[in-house]
Design a protein around this ligand. Structure first.
Ligand code: NAD
Length: 480
C-alpha cells in the first residue's frame, strides 16, 4: 500500500485541519514511510476542548433515539469501508489481515451495541423510598466533555470501546489516537464525520503524548479522561487529572496466566497457549504470557507446543494464512529483544525462538519465543513484555497454580483449560482477574466487562459499565 502524502491530523468543530506537528507513520513490515500526519499541539488541543464544550449543551440534551441513529450510522459506515480499514490496520500495525478483520468487526459490534443502550440512556428511573412524604427519581446524565487517549496495539478497537459509550451517554469528545498508528483511526474519524453528529461533538487531535495527551489530561474543561496504555503513562495521566479533580478510567498493563489443569485437553491447551501468547505478535495487554501446566501433562504439553510454535508462519501480514506479523515499530522490537536477552541473563532456558526472523530482509519480525525455568523474580516472569514471548512453569497442584497466577501486581485476565468443569470454575472464582476464559479463546463481546484487578485498571469498559463510566448520577427528591 502506498499513501505517501501529508494527511490532516486534526478534526475540530466539523472541520479537518493540518496541525503544526508532523508525525511520520511507517509500515512495520517494510520499515518504509506510509504517510505524514499533520497533528496538533497544546494550542490545537485548546481549540478542540473549546469546541467540545460549546457543543455540549446541545448534545447532552439530544434524545436517546438521536444518539442511537448516529451510532448505527457509524457502524454502517465502518461496514461500508471494511476492506479499506482492514488494509490500513494491517499496513500501519503489521497485523495479519485476518486479525485486522476481527478488529473492524469488533468496532461494528461495539457501535451497534451502544446504539441499543443509547435509547435508554436518558431515561429517568423511579426510586422506592421508605416514606410516604417524598418521591425520588434517578437521572443518569452525561458527565461532560471527555478526553479519550488510546494506544497503538488495537487502534480503532480501544477507540470504539470509549467513543461509542461516550456518545451514547451524551458526552462531547476530544480523541487522541496513538501517534504510532493513526491511519485507521483517521479513516474511522472520517466515517464519524459523515454520520450526522452536530459539529463539535466529536473532535480529534493526533499528536504525541507530551504535546497533546498531557494537556488533554490537565485541561479544566475536560470532565473525565479515559486512558488505555502503559502503567507509566497511566500514572502521569492520573497525576495531571488530579489537578482539576477529574474522573479517570484507566486500562493498563497485564501479566496474565493461562492455567492448564490436570484434566485439560492437551490439543486445546496448546492451541489456547499459542493464541494467548502470539495473537497480535503478543502485543496484547491480555496476553497470557505465563503458562502454568499441571505436572502430569507438562512433558507432553512442552513437546506439542514446541512442534506447534515451529509451524507458526511469521511474515508479510498481507500474505494469506499468515499467523504473525511484525512488532509495531523499532522501539518495540528493541524492547522485546532486550527482554529476551535479560531472560537469558537471568538464567531462563530458551525452548524456541529468541531472535529476529532470519528470512525476513527487513521489518520488525521477532520469532515466537518460549522460555522454561524462568526465575520467579526475573523481569521476564514479572513484567509485561508486549511481544511474542511465553514463559512455561510446571506446577504440582491447583493451589500452587493459583498462588503463582495471583502473584502479580497486575490482574487483567486469565485463562483456564480443564475438562473437570467443577475444578475449572473453582479456579476461575479464585483468580484475581477481571475476565476469566474457561476452555475458550480470548473472545470479547461488547456485552461483557473489560478491565482488571490491581494495577491493571481503574473502572470497566464495555457492557453497561462502559456506559456508566461516562455518566453522572443525579437524584431528584421532592416533598409530597
Ligand atoms: P503508552 O502509554 O506509551 O501510550 C498510550 C497513549 O498515551 C498514546 O496515545 C500516547 O501518545 C499517550 N501518551 C504518552 N505519554 C502521555 C502523557 N504524558 N500524557 C498523556 N498521554 C500520553 O502505551 P502504548 O505503548 O501506546 O501501548 C502499550 C501499552 O498499553 C501496554 O502497556 C499495554 O498493556 C497497554 N494496553 C492496555 C489495554 C487494556 O485494556 N488494559 C489495552 C491495550 C493496551
Amino acid at each position: 500500500m502506498t499513501l505517501k502524502q501529508t494527511l490532516p491530523g486534526v478534526y475540530i468543530d466539523g472541520l479537518w485541519q493540518h496541525g503544526p506537528q508532523l508525525l511520520g507513520v511507517i509500515n512495520p513490515s517494510t520499515e518504509q514511510a506510509l504517510a505524514l500526519v499533520a497533528g496538533g499541539d497544546g494550542k490545537t488541543l485548546n481549540a478542540a476542548a473549546a469546541a467540545a464544550q460549546a457543543a455540549f449543551a446541545g448534545w447532552s440534551r439530544s434524545s436517546g433515539a438521536q444518539r442511537a441513529d448516529v451510532l448505527r450510522a457509524i457502524a454502517r459506515g465502518v461496514e461500508a469501508r471494511r476492506e479499506r480499514l482492514i488494509e490500513l490496520q494491517s499496513s500501519n500495525s503489521g497485523k495479519p489481515l485476518g486479525e485486522s478483520a476481527i478488529d473492524v468487526d469488533d468496532v461494528i459490534a461495539t457501535f451497534d451495541y451502544y446504539a441499543g443502550l443509547a435509547a435508554a440512556a436518558g431515561q429517568d428511573s423511579a426510586l422506592a423510598l421508605p416514606s410516604d412524604e417524598f418521591v425520588a427519581r434517578v437521572r443518569r446524565e452525561p458527565c461532560g466533555v471527555v478526553g479519550l487517549i488510546v494506544p497503538w496495539n488495537f487502534p480503532m478497537v480501544t477507540t470504539a470501546w470509549k467513543l461509542a459509550p461516550a456518545l451514547a451517554a451524551g458526552c462531547c469528545v476530544v480523541l487522541k489516537p496513538s501517534e504510532v498508528t493513526p491511519l485507521a483511526e483517521l479513516e474511522l474519524a472520517a466515517i464519524i464525520a459523515e454520520a450526522g453528529l452536530p459539529n463539535g461533538v466529536f473532535n480529534l487531535v493526533c499528536g504525541t503524548g507530551l504535546a497533546v495527551g498531557a494537556p488533554l489530561a490537565g485541561d479544566p474543561r475536560i470532565a473525565k479522561v479515559s486512558f488505555t496504555g502503559s502503567n507509566a503513562v497511566g500514572v502521569q495521566v492520573m497525576q495531571r487529572a488530579a489537578e482539576t479533580v477529574k474522573g479517570v478510567s484507566l486500562e493498563l498493563g497485564g501479566k496474565s496466566a493461562l492455567l492448564v489443569l490436570a484434566s485439560a485437553d492437551l490439543e486445546l491447551a496448546v492451541e489456547l497457549a499459542c493464541a494467548g501468547g502470539f495473537f497480535n505478535a503478543g502485543q496484547m495487554c491480555s496476553a497470557t504470557s505465563r503458562v502454568l501446566i499441571a505436572d502430569a501433562l507438562y512433558e507432553d504439553f512442552v513437546a506439542l507446543l514446541t512442534a506447534r510454535v515451529a509451524a507458526i508462519r511469521v511474515g508479510d501480514p498481507f500474505v494469506a494464512e499468515q499467523d504473525m506479523g511484525p512488532l509495531v515499530n523499532a522501539a518495540q522490537y528493541r524492547r522485546v529483544l532486550g527482554h529476551i536477552d535479560s531472560g537469558l541473563n537471568a538464567g531462563a532456558r530458551l525452548l524456541c525462538g529468541g531472535a529476529r526472523v532470519a528470512d525476513q530482509p527487513c521489518g520488525y519480525f521477532v520469532q515466537p519465543t518460549v522460555f522454561t525455568e524462568v526465575p520467579l523474580d526475573s523481569a521476564l516472569w514479572r513484567e509485561e513484555i508486549f511481544g511474542p514471548v511465553l514463559c512455561l512453569k510446571r506446577v504440582a497442584s491447583e493451589a500452587e497454580a493459583l498462588a503463582l497466577a495471583n502473584d502479580s501486581e497486575y490482574g487483567l485476565v486469565a485463562s483456564v483449560v480443564g475438562q473437570d468443569l467443577e475444578a475449572a470454575e473453582r479456579v476461575a472464582n479464585a483468580l484475581q482477574a477481571g475476565l476469566v476464559w474457561i476452555n475458550a479463546p480470548q473472545v470479547i463481546f461488547p456485552q461483557t466487562a473489560w478491565g482488571g484487578y490491581k494495577q491493571s485498571s481503574i473502572g470497566r469498559e464495555l457492557g453497561p459499565w462502559g456506559l456508566s463510566a461516562f455518566q453522572e448520577i443525579k437524584h431528584v427528591l421532592r416533598a409530597l
